[in-house]
Design a protein around this ligand. Structure first.
Ligand code: IPM
Ligand code: MG
Length: 371
């Protein structure tokens, strides 16, 4: 198979984690006889520095022409603390989501038994947890009219949803539930917000077309608590843009580290794959960031291209690294491996370069020097 992939490394740790995923895609291509062509494009603070715009037109064009997009991370502290900044890196990602009509952001949350000890949630609550969050990505308060009064003393962000925006992601979420444990939870704030009442109405109507799927409705404040006290009750969570942003970060603690979770953004055009973590500027360039979220995003990309065995092998390789305690500093601050070493180990596993018996001494030179 021959495919064109746009790679956007982005800001902060984006480049170093994305490099590992490209290495992984390359060994997959080698092992399974595929050809992946990469186009490198700019987005975010990196794009502002180089072109003045957070989303250069060439990036949109390249993405529209490609088969899939692999994205790293976005954001830079110099913009975070400047409320007057006219351009912001995040505008690049939001603009790209809109341009590509990526209306559904899919975030699977899988706690790994090898990492249960890291989660602030007790192991016995984590066992059996396996959920996926369907977050609406191109509507709601993120994209509503934004206003700041002339005197600068009042501001507003409008939240708008149409029934058709809810139906199109609703379909994907119902289909996903059908292929999983057949449960869908709509998370909203229908006791307060008009938009949430519309979400409820539309999903209630759709529910009759999916009689095999059990649907329940939960207010977002309660959902935030239920995610921690009883996470295994969830199968598919469907929610609007901002609730999904917040709840998916919260849910990531179930897996032990924000660095572990991948995501897929799909819509009417080319799909985009990115870890859910941010640009983590404090770690940038240090080779210590966790590349697993990005590598698992590459696995989702392979699955999307129809390469199921390839995707499975990448996921298996990641599991193997975790089970053998080949982990980055966020997981084990003392006995940790570098970002690039984890990438190499995943590649070694995929290309069958792992000896039957592991001698961690053999890998010791690639390991942290502090032990
Ligand atoms: C995410 C991020 C983005 C969002 C930011 C970087 C704009 O937090 O993908 O979850 O809020 O959607
Ligand atoms: Mg977020």
């Amino acid at each position: 198979m021959e495919k064109n992939i746009v790679v956007i490394k982005g800001d902060g740790i984006g480049p170093e984690v994305t490099d590992q995923s490209v290495k992984v895609l390359n060994v997959i291509a080698q092992r399974f006889n595929h050809t992946f062509h990469y186009t490198y494009s700019l987005l975010g603070a990196d794009a502002i520095d180089k072109t003045g715009s957070p989303l250069p037109a060439e990036t949109v064009d390249a993405c529209l022409e490609s088969d899939a997009i692999l994205f790293g991370a976005i954001g830079h502290p110099k913009y975070d603390n400047d409320p007057n900044a006219k351009v912001r890196p995040e505008q690049g990602l939001l603009g790209l989501r809109k341009a590509l009509k990526l209306y559904a952001n899919i975030r699977p949350v899988t706690p790994y038994p090898a990492l249960h000890f890291l989660s602030p949630v007790k192991s016995k609550l984590l066992e059996g947890t396996d959920m996926v969050i369907y977050r609406e990505l191109t509507g709601g308060i993120y994209f509503g009219k934004k206003e700041l009064s002339e005197d600068g003393n009042s501001a507003s962000d409008e939240c708008v949803y149409s029934a058709s925006e809810i139906t199109r992601i609703g379909k994907l979420a119902f289909e996903a539930a059908r292929s999983r444990r057949k449960k869908l939870t709509l998370v909203d704030k229908a006791n307060v917000l008009e938009t949430s009442r519309l979400w409820r109405k539309v999903i209630q109507q759709m529910a009759s077309e999916y009689p095999d799927v059990a649907v329940d409705y939960m207010f977002v404040d309660n959902a935030a608590m239920q995610l921690i006290i009883n996470p295994k009750q969830f199968d598919v969570i469907l929610t609007e843009n901002m609730f999904g942003d917040i709840l998916s970060d919260e849910a990531s603690v179930l897996s032990g580290s924000l660095g572990m979770l991948p995501s897929a953004s799909v819509g009417e055009r080319t799909a985009l794959f990115e870890p859910i973590h941010g640009s983590y500027p404090q770690a940038a360039g240090k080779d210590i960031a966790n590349p697993v979220g990005s590598i698992l995003s590459a696995a989702l990309l392979l699955e999307y291209l129809g390469l199921k065995d390839e995707a499975k092998l990448v996921q298996e390789a990641v599991l193997w690294t975790l089970e053998n305690k080949f982990v980055t500093k966020d997981i084990d601050p003392i006995n940790f491996y570098f970002t690039s070493t984890i990438g190499d180990l995943v590649c070694d596993y995929i290309s069958n370069n792992i000896p039957g018996v592991l001698h961690s001494d053999n890998i010791v030179l690639r390991k942290s020097t502090i032990i």
